[in-house]
Design a protein around this ligand. Structure first.
Ligand SMILES: [Zn+2]
Length: 207
């Protein structure tokens, strides 16, 4: 969701869910030319004041009027496929009160997601869920992934409506490690969602 001056995003610097606010438009028209020589906008995070640069993926043709170009730019800012932001937005927010080892693992998940490395992001989420089970219930290390998910489920770490998603995560987690099947984005996002929920419940909300 965005309008001309705001983009709802998870700040690539501070990891908070914010509306990035447009600072200025920097579309430069070179003298004598009717298409822009560069095309970017600077957005500011209201939480940490860091800037993100938005680059529009527009192809300009000679002979377009400036008003037409501005119209194109407006519609592009409303469509996430039509621009890139740098630093790239995080796929999920950062969390407070995480133990150091879990915080660095969650950072790895977020950075993998930001780079669209969804298989790596999901693998790391599985490690986090196993870690939580071992940590909270003194379970043995090296058990089957299902055993950890089962324990977390028995201890009511997952709400009922999450169960179809949990089953999917468990099923993918049980595939042999030599299976190179990759995780599509929408499945990885569900796993990130569940992991975020559990981390938030265990560490952030109970702190
Ligand atoms: Zn920020």
């Amino acid at each position: 969701m965005s309008n001309l001056d705001l983009i709802d995003s998870i700040c690539g610097t501070c990891g908070k869910e914010v509306s990035l606010t447009k600072l200025r438009v920097s579309t430069n028209f070179q003298y004598g030319q009717d298409f822009p020589v560069d095309d970017f906008e600077v957005f500011i995070c209201p939480r940490c004041n860091s800037g993100s640069v938005l680059n529009l993926k527009l192809q300009y043709k000679q002979g377009r009027r400036r008003e037409e170009i501005e119209l194109l730019q407006r519609s592009a800012v409303n469509n996430a496929d039509m621009y890139t932001l740098s630093p790239g937005p995080l796929p999920m927010p950062r969390l407070k009160n995480l133990p150091d080892d879990i915080e660095s693992a969650w950072d790895e998940v977020l950075n993998a997601g930001r780079a669209s490395a969804w298989t790596a992001a999901e693998l790391m989420c599985r490690k986090i869920l196993m870690h939580i089970a071992v940590d909270q219930f003194d379970m043995d290390e090296g058990l089957n992934f299902t055993a950890y998910v089962k324990k977390l489920d028995e201890e009511r770490f997952f709400p009922r409506m999450m169960m179809p998603v949990i089953d999917g995560i468990r099923e993918r987690g049980n595939r042999a490690t030599h299976d190179l099947a990759s995780t599509p984005k929408e499945q990885a996002i569900k796993t990130l969602d569940v992991t975020h929920y559990v981390l938030r419940t265990v560490y952030e909300m109970s702190a």
